[in-house]
Write a protein that binds this ligand. Structure first.
Ligand code: SF4
Length: 343
């Protein structure tokens, strides 16, 4: 048993893909924590390993990928009475991906909203059937009660005419409505943790704003912790309490959202922020990050960011991997520049 406010802690997670061309270290020593009832944003360029980290938490990494190291600790809440907040620690990396224990957690206590709702929903079943399947799989209710709850869930996610929509097929709905259905499925069992993997990428900006509003409001109402994965720093600023910045399979910095935006420490986080427009800086030129993301089969030795880093120290950064060290309460950085500070 543990007494703390974390719902999930990922510690030095390593998920590799063994292909004929070589080994892709998609997640290579990622560490981050998600506090109960808060939103953690995971941000990074395409291919940085953020989606594979999410798949690893749910133990749905597709072959030939597998978890080869590290721990994923889920703190299951067993009592909360105001004075105490007891939880039991479950190591998800030790569970069989298709075992009974993991299946009872996946979709019920930890659920996920995927990028593209059209490919995540089954086209031959009505949306009501798909919400009811999630409910009857994890809760002891009959079909009549499950249908009633499915309609309630559709209403909760702001669907117009939920009593009618429940009998529609996915192709009869717009992209925004399909994503609302995905959120209804994910929240139907009242999870402790919701993982949202770029849920608004396939939507136009107006619908994206509506879905972000919906998720923020539902998060406040239900208290569900969220891991929000995105490459969009604007969405991070709007949605998140804490932020983990990933680069080539590693978390290079984690802190609260204000520290990341107003006092970023890692050169990669600073470069990301210099590359996006900000209100009030209309006349300032945006600075792209120099170079390109390295080939995943040939990750540079030492700090993987050194070929693109304006602060790189030859002989150190291109040779030794920096440690991930705390530099302030709740603020950790993986960079040689902060080695002395952490000592
Ligand atoms: Fe740049 Fe060196 Fe820090 Fe890497 S370790 S981010 S190369 S200064």
């Amino acid at each position: 048993m543990a007494e703390l406010d974390e719902v999930l802690r990922v510690d030095e997670l390593r998920t590799y893909f063994y292909t004929q061309e070589g080994t892709v270290r998609a997640v290579d020593g990622a560490s981050f924590a998600v506090k109960r009832g808060q939103v953690l944003g995971i941000v990074g360029e395409s291919g940085c390993g953020k989606s594979v980290a999410a798949q690893s938490i749910l133990r749905i990494v597709p072959p030939p990928g597998r978890i080869v190291g590290g721990q994923i600790i889920y703190h299951r809440q067993v009592a909360a009475d105001g004075a105490s907040n007891l939880s039991e620690m479950l190591n998800l990396t030790e569970m069989h991906p298709r075992g009974q224990e993991m299946r009872s957690i996946r979709g019920s206590e930890i659920s996920m909203v995927f990028q593209e709702p059209m490919t995540s929903l089954d086209p031959v079943y009505t949306v009501g059937d798909q919400i009811m399947e999630a409910i009857t799989l994890h809760q002891n209710v009959d079909r009549r009660e499950a249908r009633k709850r499915a309609i309630e869930m559709l209403e909760q996610v702001g669907m117009p005419r939920p009593g009618e929509i429940v009998d529609n097929y996915p192709h009869q709905l717009s992209g925004g409505m399909r994503q609302r259905v995905m959120i209804a499925i994910a929240l139907s069992c009242h999870p402790s943790l919701l993982i949202a993997d770029e849920p608004t990428t396939a939507l136009d900006v107006t619908t994206e704003a509506q879905i972000l509003d919906l998720m923020r409001n539902l998060q406040k109402q239900t208290g569900t912790a969220i891991v929000y994965i995105t490459h969009n720093l604007g969405v991070i600023a709007e949605m998140c309490d804490d932020v983990a910045v990933m680069y080539l399979g590693k978390v290079v910095e984690q802190a609260d959202v204000d520290s990341i935006f107003y006092d970023p420490k890692h050169p990669y986080t600073q470069a990301l922020l210099r590359s996006i427009p900000r209100i009030g800086q209309a006349r300032k030129r945006l600075e792209p990050i120099k170079g390109i993301v390295p080939d995943p089969y040939a990750i540079p030795q030492g700090c993987p960011f050194w070929p693109r880093c304006i602060h790189a120290m030859p002989g150190l950064c291109d040779h030794d991997q920096p440690e991930y060290v705390p530099i302030a309460p709740g603020h950790s950085v993986r960079c040689h520049l902060f080695r002395q500070e952490a000592m």
